[in-house]
Write a protein that binds this ligand. Structure first.
Ligand code: SAH
Ligand code: SF4
Ligand code: F3S
Length: 437
């Protein structure tokens, strides 16, 4: 039997798309390989959000040159966001002539057809440049994320934050119909998944393009009506669109987790303006306060970026102040990385050593906050969905609280997929430890 090996970079959207790639390959008779060496097809599902993500993919693709020489019948495919950048596909095939197939983000469905008909020696490229094109995304899915099932609610992004490449490589916002999404949720629940994560670059603008009155709040309300014991999470929210209706629906829901990823990016209003984020730090704080007034147990997480062009020490201090004020349960911290073709890449950049000093200070601040919030869990009893064994500690399993905190406790693999009550006994930075009660 032929075998595939997929390497995924980037966000949850990509992780889920790799499940679709696996789904398609399995449908035409492929099975998963344990490593590159055993594979007949190797797929790199790439990301170009930052230079580091691209470098990693370049390194790993380049490393297969030797294997391809030894085994010329090996097929190497590069898909995902890197291919969809301006000139990206051509650059990839020029740099790596041994790559057989390059597919754009809108052309994943072409993979089986190309594989089955592959005869040419040179790289075959399939790209769709129309950013509004309807994706043929109703692809078979081979789920690999344990107890969690990803469900796309929309594709693309219309926001054009000035630092970000996503709108260029993922096209305009396209929402799936509410009935399709609800059906998908029902299907995965009937398959036994206990947690659903709704995916979109900006879930709060869900429905804007449907013109039938549906929006994110009404979608959540509809999903919450489905009976059963399960959890719903979603990402990502945009502070400019995250409204009180959504908060109210979550607060009064049975299934939607009190866990909100609400990226701030910067605490400086002038930087936010130049990022084209369309909210101010005080508007952001108002939303956070409203969320907390309705859900005191909420876990709020964020993406925070330092080193945007023109960021002064004062701007950076505003970010530090805001992070200190909000007290995120966790935050992804990023160093700004210029992306070719985006407005911010043409602005005057700030020196690497300044970025380094700022990221170090920000990471320390957030680590201290996470640690002190972890301590607040000690002694409390929380419902945890057991997701996996924790390979770091023999005889333990791990899962998340409703608020999204990771908990490890003694337990056996048969608990995976069940909800348990856990008393938190200790914490170590972001991780909590406890016992099933
Ligand atoms: N749609 C989501 C996530 C987009 S990408 C959102 O709007 O929040 C995830 C994160 O990567 C962003 O939130 C941002 O913090 C970071 N990011 C995006 N472009 C970047 C760049 N050029 N350099 C560094 N970080 C970037
Ligand atoms: Fe990028 Fe902004 Fe769209 Fe998020 S909302 S994907 S940061 S352009
Ligand atoms: Fe990366 Fe594309 Fe996601 S650029 S972050 S994989 S949408």
């Amino acid at each position: 039997m032929s075998k595939y090996f997929i390497t995924t970079y980037g966000c949850q959207m990509n992780v889920h798309e790799s499940e679709k790639i696996a789904g398609m390959l399995r449908e035409i008779g492929y099975d998963e390989a344990a490593s590159y060496n055993e594979a007949d097809v190797v797929v790199f599902n790439t990301c170009c959000i930052r230079d580091t993500a691209e470098k990693r993919a370049y390194g790993n693709i380049g490393a297969l040159k030797g294997l391809k020489k030894e085994n010329p019948s090996l097929i190497i495919a590069v898909v995902g966001c890197m291919t969809q950048q301006k000139g990206g596909a051509e650059a990839l095939s020029a740099k790596f002539p041994f790559v057989d197939i390059v597919l754009g983000t809108n052309s994943l469905d072409q993979l089986p057809i190309i594989l089955q008909n592959k005869r040419q020696k040179r790289t075959q490229i399939a790209l769709h440049d129309d950013p509004t094109v309807d994706l043929s995304q109703e692809l078979p899915i081979y789920r690999t994320s344990g107890t969690n099932a990803w469900v796309n609610i929309m594709y693309g992004c219309n926001n054009f934050c000035t630092y970000c490449i996503v709108p260029y490589v993922r096209g305009r916002e396209r929402s799936r119909s509410m009935s399709e999404v609800v059906q998908d949720v029902k299907t995965v629940l009937s398959e036994g998944y206990k947690e659903i994560t709704l995916l979109g670059q900006n879930v709060d603008s869900y429905g804007n393009d449907l013109a039938d009155g549906t929006n994110f709040a009404s979608l959540l309300r509809e999903i919450d009506k489905i009976e059963g014991k399960y959890r719903v999470r979603f990402m990502t929210s945009h502070p400019k669109d995250f409204n009180k209706d959504v908060v109210d629906v979550i607060a009064s829901s049975t299934h939607i987790c009190h866990n909100i990823h609400l990226p701030i990016q910067s605490g400086s209003d002038s930087i936010l303006k130049r990022m084209n984020r369309k909210y101010t730090s005080s508007q952001y704080l108002d939303i956070v306060n409203y969320i907390r007034s309705k859900m005191p147990d909420v876990g709020i997480t964020s993406d925070v970026m330092i080193g945007f062009p023109g960021e002064t020490e004062e701007d950076f201090q505003r970010t530090m102040d805001l992070v200190g004020k909000v007290k995120y349960s966790n935050a992804f911290t990023f160093v700004y990385s210029p992306r070719k073709g985006t407005p911010a890449a043409a602005m005057e950049q700030i020196p690497a050593e300044v970025k380094k000093s700022r990221i170090t200070r920000l990471v320390k601040l957030q680590n201290d906050i996470t640690k002190s919030l972890s301590n607040e869990y000690i002694g409390g009893i929380y419902e945890v969905l057991v997701e996996d064994v924790n390979p770091k500690y023999i005889g333990t399993v791990c899962g998340r609280t409703d608020s999204g905190r990771l908990v490890t406790m003694p337990g056996t693999p048969d608990l995976i997929g069940s909800f348990v009550s856990v008393k938190i006994t200790k914490s170590r930075s972001a991780s909590l430890f406890g016992e099933i009660v």
